[in-house]
Design a protein around this ligand. Sequence first.
Ligand code: IDP
Ligand code: MG
Length: 186
Amino acid sequence: MHGFWGRAALWWLLSGPRVPGPTPVRHSSGGPSWTQERTLVAVKPDGVQRRLVGDIIRRFERRGFKLVGMKLLQTPENILTEHYHDLRRKPFYPALISYMSSGPVVAMVWEGHNVVRSSRAMIGDTDAAEAAPGTIRGDFSLHISRNVIHASDSVEGAQREIALWFRSSELVDWQDRGPHSSNYPA
Ligand code: IDP
Ligand code: MG
């Protein structure tokens, strides 16, 4: 590349992000934009008892994900039985329902690019002994039956779980104007 156009092209390449300001919202055919992927995260009763809520929120915020719903609740049994329907025949199921009913839970909806996969990586393996250090379970959990946090494991599962735990009026569709808007490249 030589001359004015070469220098101009080089300047353009090196001049940093080209989409300052609000998160770009793209619409694919009929579906939600890719910036709109959402997941359900819940700090389980042991996490609330151990005052881990703030640490967990901080990890998601630091990553740049956007909080669009949050509540503290004593979870009604019908939500738990629906939520863990696929596990109903497991030997640990009654203990799981009793653990999840043992105190309040902080349920949250986080939004962002690939948030479902990223949050599964952030929480770590279900079994504390397998969870890598640095993950939430790897840092805080000692046993599979007290593993501090839930996060949806697929986009479809997340949609189902968000609809189970939250009314649409409880989710806030706010515009991202902060530094994290640059997390979403054009
Ligand atoms: P996940 O939470 O990592 O998605 P799942 O297999 O969906 O793991 O299991 C849901 C929850 O059931 C786990 O987070 C854990 O609380 C509980 N659980 C799973 N397997 C066991 C077990 O073998 N013993 C006791 N509790 C278990
Ligand atoms: Mg699961």
